[in-house]
Design a protein around this ligand. Structure first.
Ligand SMILES: Cc1cc2nc3c(=O)[nH]c(=O)nc-3n(C[C@@H](O)[C@H](O)[C@H](O)COP(=O)(O)OP(=O)(O)OC[C@H]3O[C@@H](n4cnc5c(N)ncnc54)[C@H](O)[C@@H]3O)c2cc1C
Length: 393
């Protein structure tokens, strides 16, 4: 644990992001994963380890006190963490999405100072984009920011705020003013000390149980400087949507990779027991590996696509890019279930049993959440609209 903390902050060279993620995963997140899932509790030890290793500031430039990792490095670390505990990996991923928005769009002295605190103190950021009555349509808000000279107030009915009670700040979407249309949104940094969260629902869900994604009425106030200076529509298309879909799909790829490894070990054990014949499920393993390879290629290609254009607002707001990032989410969230199901067929009862080295129950339950995290129907409906005006792929 101490080794983990030392590794991230004090290595003279560039931190080895995969070693750091493997250390935290194998030493801290993995050993607690079953209990986190069983008790539906926050993965406090994993997040503490990430904080002390500097991982919560991974995307923040070194001159601002962060680790200065690329999104690709964070994505790879997320894949690794997800192999051990998908809830801890998801908390980390959702936090990094908010950090990415602050780093790229929080260009004011107040927001930069806050971003530096995220790096220095390891503050944990949560998100309130979805809203009661609006559902998963994150590009519409019904709540509105009410401004009074240099301060603001916000009241939002949020059906889901993952780890809201454990966060140090929540980034919430809202209409710019009470007179603004639903699509004229801003992103507001709601600091913990200025936030009251009244729980409106419990979190006892099928999967991602450690994300503690309760519903809340969020009441926030603060300095008007905490309203991000860029329209949320631009933040969403340039940063929040692509970074979310890249980190989520990397995480789901980690779940799929872990399931695939368990299936491979199961088949190899059968082959060792009877070396003269190829186990019949080896063929299923070969088929699974083809799907996993496809999955990896989809995820890697999307990362490369974004890395190539992330500094060009013209290109990140292009319709073709939005379609590509939406398609990534739909593909990855479907492939993860496909891979884990295939692994289950290979492992049979050993995968179905909860207490077995090949158990796949938690991975499969977590995998099903992927298609709901902004429902694929909504994403496909959005792509359908975009394709009506898109000129060429
Ligand atoms: C593990 C997890 C963590 C989450 N964490 C957060 C968080 O921290 N912050 C946050 O803000 N949200 C979070 N969410 C919630 C967010 O991802 C959900 O998308 C959102 O709450 C919508 O929930 P819903 O499925 O009930 O509603 P909807 O999106 O409304 O979907 C319900 C049903 O309506 C259908 N539907 C409705 N309208 C349309 C349409 N126009 N086109 C097509 N189909 C439509 C859908 O197909 C679906 O069947 C999280 C979700 C999960 C699973």
């Amino acid at each position: 644990m101490v080794e983990v903390a030392i590794h991230g902050r004090h290595d003279a060279g560039v931190p080895d992001h995969l070693k750091l993620a493997t250390d935290i995963g194998s030493e801290v997140a993995g050993p607690a994963a079953a209990e986190v899932d069983e008790q539906s509790r926050f993965p406090v030890e994993a997040i503490d380890a990430m904080r002390s290793a500097g991982l919560l500031g991974a995307l923040i430039p070194t001159e601002m006190g962060g680790l200065g990792w690329t999104l690709g490095q964070v994505a790879e670390a997320t894949t690794t963490l997800a192999r051990y505990c998908s809830s801890a990996a998801m908390v980390q991923a959702m936090h990094q999405i908010q950090v990415a928005c602050l780093v790229r769009h929080g260009d004011s002295p107040e927001l930069r100072a806050f971003t530096e605190r995220v790096a220095r103190e390891g503050l944990l950021l949560a998100s309130a984009t979805t809203e009661a009555g609006i559902g998963g349509n994150v590009r519409m808000s019904s709540c509105a920011v009410e401004r009074d000279l240099d301060s603001f107030q916000l009241r939002k009915q949020a059906p889901v705020i993952s780890y809201g009670e454990y966060s140090d700040a929540i980034l919430a979407t809202a209409r710019r003013t009470p007179e603004s249309p639903a699509s004229d949104q801003v992103l507001v940094l709601c600091r913990r000390e200025n936030v009251t969260l009244k729980p409106t629902s419990e979190w006892d869900a099928m999967g991602f149980r450690g994300t503690c994604s309760l519903g809340f009425e969020l009441l926030a106030h603060g300095d008007a400087a905490d309203i991000l200076p860029v329209a949320y529509g631009d933040i969403s298309s340039q940063t929040m949507l692509p970074v979310s879909h890249i980190l989520w799909s990397s995480l789901w790829f980690g779940i799929a990779s872990e399931a695939s490894d368990r299936a491979r070990k199961f088949v190899q054990a059968a082959a060792r027991r009877n070396p003269d014949i190829t186990p019949p499920n080896a063929l299923r393993l070969a088929e699974l590996t083809t799907v996993l390879q496809e999955f990896q290629d989809v995820v890697f290609a999307a990362r490369a696509r974004y890395a190539a254009i992330q500094d060009s607002p013209d290109q990140t707001t292009a319709i073709g890019f939005a379609i590509a990032m939406n398609s990534l989410k739909v593909s990855a969230s479907t492939l993860v279930v496909d891979v884990v199901q295939r692994a289950l067929l290979i492992c049979g009862m050993a995968g179905y049993a909860n207490r077995s080295p090949f158990t796949l129950g938690r991975l499969l339950r977590d995998a099903y959440g992927a298609q709901l995290m902004v429902n694929n129907d909504r994403i496909n409906a959005n792509n359908a609209q975009l394709l009506l005006v898109h000129r060429k792929m």
